[in-house]
Design a protein. Structure first.
Length: 677
């Protein structure tokens, strides 16, 4: 349909003017407040295979005519639209939904029109209910149906023609009129509606669909060089293979490795980030590149390309995927520094600017300049790094400090990678301002680190989760909860001991569908800071090889395994959209549940924020939200201890001793007698 173009004068901007006696009138239908829609359609929303996309919009027109509205969708690479009828909810708010399939990009848009037949059908019912003669009205309806018959073909055209004839020659108008209200006729008329004057949304909105692991995953980070069973010896890929049963036995599905490239020798840092490097000090894995190669080379002490491929294959056999750290920065002796000096910023004295985060200085790292005159060459090199590792069988990437690189670069690169590998997953490690972090997620990052580690009270945690799961943020931002990383040892761990490690582990694993820990530091409750109150570890693996005794008493290994088993066995814990909080009368206690959409699975968690004293209180539950019939008893099966309790009613008492276990993780089991609401 040709829409009259606006004239530059003779009326307000954007007002259509007739272009001739035969120009069709502008569409009468308006669309407003479409959801989901991120920044006016600039960015896609996110889903995983099999998810629903519920689309709503205010759709209305002038006058009192009835409307019809369609939700139209297609895969990006396909040209044919699938149409889904939308239904009026209330107050001009329309709703439609569809389910997404395999990973990739999908598009959706809206179409609506004033529907004469629906208007006629509505009025006909009113006339019949009022006992009026509808002879003339039936003839008007016959004309509408006859026009639809001409738009149809085959059996539908013949059926509509019979309806038109019946309406036109009705001997008993009231009887025929009642028959004309039959849904069968309405279905045929909808199928062959007159859409010549239909209005279109005017833009196509996008959905990026990922595989399930993008939504639900458990990450375990370790340094390959610290995996040797022999103290003092540099670990290898073969040592990591030997560690796989340990990691898989705890129930993780992603094994994340910090950079595995050659480490620069120039300005190499010593233990605890000292500027003095002794012979044999391994340096930081994030100081990437040396004479042995750069971002597509393997650290020679870790092993060869063949060894790495063996690791990827062995991990797959244990139900694990390997995730690699991609850090676009260079050691001073990285090959790029010599071959592409334009990719780095110069100081006034002509030397290359090293990385700084005042008061920290990283003389062993050169940042890349994404404003370089040769930015296109730098972008291409970055893409080739990802393509290399994709070729080695890696599909999951943790990206270091993406907020210090070009937004446009990430949007382009991620789209290019996912065009070739729709199953690729990108985790954004951007501990920066909220708007920057959210922008990176909009640009394409699949998952993101969060501020979880710095939410230290029940009130703070509840407010933060409301932001992540109950606002527009949930449409594009997938939070990953990491209680610790090689860079983050919060003061709570330093002073609270083992109870804090247990409590934060429970919250990370149950509040978010995706979470991770840096181990073995976490399960072994490593809490020694470089300086009290600072978040740096003493003897950090970032600067030296560590040897870990995995069998030391007090390990949280079994607790980790029980939590990951609960996550795999309970669909409620595999999503974020079923999170609901409940009130407690003790500010040290946080109570929440994850519930599936059909309420067939519910897991309720109560956790204490006090690592030193027993805390008790009453929790007030919304039984309907949990799928429990009011008044009926229900069983609470603690998935961490195996104990079972019978609760009744919305108010129930809990007590948590941090020396034993600072949390309950209950499977809510409604009584068979009570049934579901």
């Amino acid at each position: 349909m040709k829409i009259p173009a606006p004239r530059p004068s003779g009326g307000p901007p954007g007002i259509a003017r007739p272009e001739g006696r035969r120009a069709p009138p502008p569409p009468r239908v308006a669309f407003e407040k479409v959801s989901p829609e991120i920044d006016g359609g600039r960015f896609p929303v996110k889903r995983t295979t099999g998810d629903r996309v519920v689309v709503e919009a205010d759709v209305f027109a002038d006058g009192h005519d009835e409307l019809a509205c369609l939700l139209k969708l297609r895969r990006e690479e396909e040209g044919t639209w699938t149409e889904v009828p939308m239904v009026l909810v209330v107050n001009d708010r329309w709703r439609g939904e569809f389910r997404v399939g395999a990973p990739g990009r999908y598009r959706y848009t809206l179409e609506g029109w004033v529907d004469p037949f629906r208007t006629w059908r509505r009025n006909l019912k009113k006339w019949l209910d009022a006992g009026q003669d509808v002879t003339v009205e039936l003839k008007a309806g016959a004309r509408l149906v006859a026009e639809a018959a001409r738009r149809a073909s085959g059996a539908n055209a013949r059926a509509l023609a019979r309806w038109a004839n019946a309406l036109r020659r009705a001997a008993k108008p009231a009887t025929v009129g009642r028959r004309a209200l039959d849904d069968a006729l309405a279905v045929l008329m909808d199928r062959h509606a007159d859409r010549r004057l239909a209005a279109h949304l005017g833009r196509e909105l996008e959905v990026v669909v990922d595989r399930e692991r993008a939504r639900f995953s458990a990450w375990y980070e370790l340094f390959p060089r610290s995996c040797s069973p022999v103290p003092g010896r540099h670990g290898t890929f073969r040592d990591v293979i030997a560690r796989l049963p340990y990691v898989a036995g705890m129930g993780f599905d992603i094994l994340y490795l910090p950079p595995i490239h050659p480490i620069g020798r120039a300005h190499r840092k010593g233990p605890n980030n000292t500027v003095v490097c002794r012979p044999g000090d391994p340096g930081s894995p994030w100081a990437i590149g040396s004479a042995e190669g750069g971002h597509t080379a393997f650290h020679p002490e870790l092993g060869t390309r063949r060894d790495f491929r063996r690791l990827v294959d062995a991990a797959r056999k244990h139900g694990l995927e390997i995730a690699l750290d991609i850090a676009f920065q260079c050691a001073p002796d990285h090959p790029w520094v010599r071959r592409h000096p334009a990719w780095f910023r110069k100081r006034p004295d002509g030397t290359i600017q090293y990385a700084e985060n005042p008061p920290k200085k990283y003389q062993d790292i050169y940042p890349l300049d994404f404003d370089s005159p040769d930015w296109a060459g730098l972008w291409k090199a970055g893409l080739e790094v990802f393509r290399f590792w994709l070729g080695e069988g890696v599909r999951i990437f943790r990206v270091d400090n993406p907020h210090t690189k070009s937004f446009a670069f990430w949007e382009w690169l991620i789209r290019e990678v996912r065009r070739e590998h729709p199953d690729a997953i990108f985790l954004s490690e951007a501990f920066t301002r909220p708007k920057v972090r959210y922008r990176l997620a909009k640009l394409g990052f699949t998952q993101s680190y969060t501020y979880f580690a710095w939410r230290h009270t029940a009130r703070e945690m509840r407010a933060y989760l409301a932001e992540l799961t109950r606002t527009e943020v949930a449409e594009f931002f997938r939070p990953g909860f990491w209680p610790n990383t090689p860079d983050i040892l919060t003061e709570a761990f330093q002073t609270g001991g083992r109870p804090v490690f247990m409590a934060r582990l429970v919250m990370a694993a149950t509040l978010a569908a995706s979470y991770g820990i840096y181990g073995p530091a976490y399960e072994l409750c490593e809490s020694r800071p470089l300086v009290p109150g600072k978040e740096e570890y003493l003897d950090s693996e970032k600067y030296q090889v560590r040897h870990w005794d995995l069998d030391v008493p007090g390990s949280l290994r079994d607790l980790v395994a029980r939590l990951n088993r609960a996550r795999r066995e309970h669909p409620a814990l595999q999503r974020n959209d079923g999170l609901v909080f409940f009130d407690t009368d003790n500010e040290q206690l946080l109570c929440y549940a994850k519930v599936t959409e059909d309420r067939t699975d519910a897991v309720l968690v109560v956790v204490s924020f006090d690592p030193r004293s027993t805390q008790a209180g009453w929790v007030t539950l919304d039984l309907e939200a949990l799928g429990v019939r009011p008044g009926a008893p229900f069983e609470m099966h603690d998935l961490l201890t195996g104990r079972r309790y019978m609760w009744r009613g919305p108010r129930n008492f809990v007590e948590l001793d941090p020396r034993v276990l600072p949390a309950h993780v209950f499977h809510v089991v409604p009584s068979p007698a009570g049934g579901k609401p």
